[in-house]
Design a protein around this ligand. Structure first.
Ligand SMILES: Nc1ncnc2c1ncn2[C@@H]1O[C@H](COP(=O)(O)OP(=O)(O)O)[C@@H](O)[C@H]1O
Ligand SMILES: [Mg+2]
Length: 286
């Protein structure tokens, strides 16, 4: 076929291609074997796409399978079936060394922070850079990157402290700095605020929002707290019994949610909108 006939036969070929999702889970499932030969289907066959730049929430009750689904994204859990793509690479098809390399695109933080207790804040953040010989493996480059990351999370003055000397919020900020050190495209967050008080939660969510809007890092966050979804997320999937029961845009009030958590989230939004309307005349008079 000549180029000309190819072009006229496929006019859509000249249109801009649809953006590739940054994360794509295709029909993934995870079964845990239990002692005694029984098994438990923590994630039943599930597909999910997350667009580049999004803040995507996974919400659900304890035991619903949220953490397992999140850990399938960076293959901390390897799916029993299905395929996983992140940033254009199929992680499920990579060799071990190639997967180690690809994982630098994916940072992760946890409820319990998971810091190295015997290492300073500086060494915690430097750890992945040294491990993967980033910044040319050079001490000066690593130090520069560590300082950049600590500045991002407002902890420039804590580089010589040890985790035990920090508050919960500060520990989570160190974990964020460490997760961002390799300049990932994605930050996976597993209940990052569940061990924190309300005020600390608020400031941590503001930091995560800045990381998304200013650095362009795509965020996937697992939580059981609707307020976290409401404050931070643009899209949400409700996880029930190892599956996605529904997914919707957080600002979308026209499509009624079908799950109880989905409806609660919409009610929370509606109450906030009503409060904002009430507050508005006072603000106008002030
Ligand atoms: N390594 C494991 N071995 C056996 N069962 C597990 C394992 N990890 C998780 N599960 C089970 O899978 C289910 C989903 O767990 P998880 O994904 O951690 O849920 P969530 O994060 O929503 O609370 C739970 O019932 C949990 O007990
Ligand atoms: Mg969990």
């Amino acid at each position: 076929m000549s180029l000309l006939s190819l072009a006229s036969a496929t006019p859509s070929a000249v249109a801009a291609p649809a953006p590739e999702p940054l994360i794509r889970l295709e029909d993934v499932a995870k079964r845990f074997l239990l002692p005694g030969g029984a098994h438990f289907d923590a994630v039943k066959p599930t597909s999910l796409e997350v667009q580049r730049g999004d803040v995507f929430g996974l919400v659900g009750k304890s035991g619903a399978g949220k953490s397992t689904l999140l850990r399938l994204i960076n293959l901390l859990e390897r799916p029993d079936q299905g395929r996983v793509w992140v940033a254009g690479r199929e992680l499920t098809a990579l060799s071990k060394p190639a997967l180690r390399d690809a994982r630098q695109q994916i940072g992760m933080i946890f409820q319990q922070f998971n810091l190295l207790q015997n290492a300073s804040v500086f060494d915690n953040v430097a750890f992945p850079l040294r491990l993967h010989k980033l910044q040319g493996g050079k001490a000066a480059g690593i130090a520069r990157r560590v300082h950049e990351c600590l500045a991002l999370v407002d902890l420039a003055d804590k580089q010589h402290s040890f985790p035990a000397q920090l508050s919960g919020g500060q520990k989570q900020r160190v974990a964020i700095a460490r997760a961002l050190a390799s300049q990932p495209a994605v930050l996976l967050c597993d209940e990052p605020t569940s061990a924190l008080d309300a005020e600390t939660t608020e400031s941590l969510l503001a930091t995560l929002r800045d990381i998304n809007t200013q650095l362009g890092v795509t965020i996937v966050i697992v939580t059981h707290e609707l307020a976290v979804i409401d404050t931070l997320c643009r899209h949400v999937a409700v996880i029930e019994d190892g599956q996605i029961a529904e997914r919707f845009a957080v600002g979308d009030s026209r499509t009624p949610a079908v799950t109880r958590l989905g409806r609660e989230l919409q009610q929370l939004r509606a109450r906030e909108a009503a409060l904002a309307r009430l507050a508005w005349p006072e603000a106008a008079l002030a």
